[in-house]
Write a protein that binds this ligand. Structure first.
Ligand code: UTP
Length: 469
C-alpha cells in the first residue's frame, strides 16, 4: 500500500489540483491515481518546477570554452584502429545500443518511430534497416552481436510486438533485449501544474535519452552485457538510418587511441553553418562536452580560424561508443545524476474542469529530459571522430523540410549513388548533380562502398528508375 501521508505536500507545491481531481474519482481508479502520486519524488519535483517551469533561467555554458580536438577523416591512426575494432567485434565484445524511447512528436507518426517506413524504395522500417545492418555485420564477422533497445513505458509493448510480428527480422530473439526507460510528469507551461493525460492518469513523457544509463542498470541490461562479455556499446538513435550498427574504425579508436579512456567517444560532422541546430563538441576544464546549439554564445558560434573555417565546427550526430564498465562506474555512484533540460512541446491533456481531452495547436507544455551527452565530461579522456555527413547522417525528425523523411530518402539515394559510382557503375544525375533515380541498398548487401564493389550490383541505372540492390 502506498504511503499517502505526504500527499498534502502537493498543495503547498501548487499541485493541489491533483488532490482535487483525486476526490472526483472512486474505487480502484482512485487508488491507482493516489499510488501514482505517492510514487512521485515530491521534493525533487518542487525544485524542478520552480527551476525549469515557473522561473526559467537558461544554464550558462562554462566560461572557458575551446573547440574539442577532432580525429579527422584522413588521420593516420584510423587504419590501425580498424584492426583493433574488428578484433573486438569478432571476439563478441561489442553490442549495439539503440535509444528508441522518444515520442517522435515532430514526425507525427502514430507508433514507435522505429516502425516508421523509411527505406527510400522498399519502405522498410527503421528497425528493419538496423536489424539487417546487424545481421550483415554478424555474418561478416562471424559472431553474434547483441542488440539492446531502449523503449519507454509509452511504446514498449508496441515495439516488442512489432519485432515479434516480424520474427525479429531474422535476428536471434535471445540476442535482442528491450527495456523501458523512466518517465517524468509533463507540466503546463503557464502554471507549472502537472498535466493529466486522462481521468485518474498523469501526463508523462520519457525522461530523455540521458535516462539510458539509469535504465540500463535498473533493467538488468547492464548485468546481461557483463555476463555476455560485452565491453563496448555502439550507440545510435532510432531515427538515423545511416548510422552504422558497428564501425570497426570508430570502435578501435575508442578502445585504443591514447587520447581515449575507452569510456565515451563520439562522432562529429562539420557544421554546415554557424547556426546549424546541432550540439557542438567543446572543451572546458580539460574535459570534452557537448554544448547545445541554443547555449553556445553567438559570438563563439560565428568565430572562424585563419582559413575562414568555423572554430566551433564539430557538430554532434548522436553516435557514440560507450564502455560498459564506464556505465557501471558512473551509475554505481549513489550521487550519479544528470541535469534536466526543458523542452517546450505540444502536450495533449485532459481538462478536469470541462471533462474534455484537449489537443493543443500551440506548444503548451514543458517536458523535462536528460541528455546522454551530459555523461561525456565524466569520462577521463573522450575522443571526437569525424564522420562523412552523407555516409552516416540521414535523420528522420520532421514530417517535412529539414531532417524529414523526404530529406532522408534523398540522402539514402545519394549515398547509394556514390557507392555505385565508386564501384564503376554509371548513375544518372541531373544538371544540378542530384541523382535522377531512387536507389536503396540493403545493409545485407553492403554497408559501405568497398563492400558494394565486391557484391553483385548493376553496371548502370536508368533515369527515373527505382532500384533495390
Ligand atoms: P529526439 O530528441 O529527436 O526526440 O530523440 P523524439 O522524442 O524522438 O522526437 P520529438 O522531439 O518528440 O519530435 C533523439 C533520439 O533519442 C531517443 C529517440 O527515440 C531518438 O532515437 N529518445 C529521446 C529516447 O530514447 N528517449 C527519450 O526520452 C527521448
Amino acid at each position: 500500500m502506498a504511503d499517502l501521508s505526504r500527499l498534502d505536500l502537493l498543495r503547498t507545491m501548487g499541485q493541489g489540483h491533483l488532490l482535487d481531481h483525486a476526490e472526483t474519482l472512486t474505487g480502484s481508479r482512485k487508488d491507482r491515481f493516489l499510488a501514482e502520486l505517492a510514487a512521485l519524488d515530491l521534493e525533487e519535483l518542487g525544485t524542478l518546477v520552480d527551476r525549469y517551469v515557473r522561473s526559467y533561467t537558461p544554464e550558462m555554458p562554462p566560461g572557458s570554452l575551446s573547440p574539442a580536438p577532432v580525429i579527422g577523416l584522413e588521420d593516420p591512426s584510423r587504419e590501425p584502429a580498424r584492426h583493433t575494432g574488428e578484433a573486438l567485434i569478432r571476439a563478441g565484445k561489442v553490442a549495439c545500443f539503440t535509444v528508441a524511447g522518444g515520442q517522435g512528436s515532430r514526425l507525427g507518426y502514430d507508433g514507435p518511430k522505429g516502425c516508421f517506413p523509411t527505406g527510400c524504395v522498399t519502405g522498410k522500417s527503421l528497425f528493419q534497416i538496423f536489424a539487417e545492418g546487424i545481421l550483415g555485420a554478424q555474418r561478416r564477422h562471424e559472431v553474434v552481436i547483441p542488440w539492446y533497445i531502449m523503449t519507454s513505458p509509452l511504446n514498449h509493448e508496441a515495439t516488442v510486438a512489432f519485432f515479434a510480428a516480424n520474427e525479429h527480422f531474422g535476428l536471434d530473439p535471445t540476442a535482442v533485449r528491450f527495456f523501458p526507460q523512466g518517465v517524468m510528469p509533463s507540466f503546463d507551461r503557464q502554471t507549472g501544474r502537472i498535466l493529466l493525460a486522462g481521468p485518474g492518469e498523469l501526463a508523462t513523457n520519457p525522461d530523455g535519452h540521458g535516462g539510458a544509463f539509469k535504465a540500463l542498470r535498473v533493467s538488468g541490461a547492464l548485468e546481461d552485457m557483463k555476463q555476455r562479455g560485452v565491453e563496448h556499446l555502439s550507440y545510435f538513435q532510432v531515427d538515423n538510418p545511416h548510422a552504422k550498427p558497428v564501425d570497426a574504425v570508430f570502435l578501435g579508436l575508442h578502445a585504443s587511441s591514447p587520447e581515449s579512456s575507452g569510456e565515451f567517444s563520439s562522432k562529429m560532422v562539420p557544421k554546415t553553418s554557424w547556426d546549424e541546430k546541432v550540439g557542438v563538441f567543446c572543451q572546458a576544464d580539460g574535459r570534452t562536452r557537448v554544448i547545445e546549439y541554443s547555449d553556445l554564445p553567438e559570438e563563439l558560434a560565428k568565430q572562424t580560424d585563419e582559413h575562414g573555417r568555423l572554430r566551433f565546427i564539430a557538430g554532434s550526430i548522436a553516435i557514440h561508443a560507450i564502455g560498459v564498465s564506464f556505465i557501471g562506474k558512473v551509475t554505481g555512484d549513489a550521487a550519479f545524476a544528470l541535469p534536466f533540460h526543458r523542452a517546450i512541446k505540444k502536450v495533449p491533456f485532459f481538462d478536469p474542469d470541462s471533462g474534455r481531452l484537449v489537443d493543443p495547436q500551440e506548444p503548451n507544455g514543458v517536458k523535462l529530459e536528460k541528455f546522454i551527452f551530459d555523461c561525456i565530461p565524466m569520462a577521463e579522456k573522450s575522443i571526437v571522430v569525424e564522420a562523412d555527413r552523407v555516409e552516416e547522417f540521414a535523420p528522420v525528425k520532421n514530417a517535412t523540410g529539414n531532417d524529414s523523411i523526404e530529406s532522408s530518402k534523398r540522402l539514402q539515394t545519394e549515398r547509394a549513388a556514390r557507392w555505385l559510382e565508386k564501384a564503376g557503375a554509371s548513375v544518372p544525375r541531373r544538371a544540378d548533380g542530384t541523382v535522377d533515380a531512387t536507389i536503396e541498398i540493403s545493409p545485407l548487401t553492403a554497408q559501405n562502398a568497398e563492400q558494394l564493389a565486391e557484391a553483385d550490383h548493376p553496371a548502370s541505372i536508368s533515369p527515373g528508375a527505382e532500384v533495390v540492390i
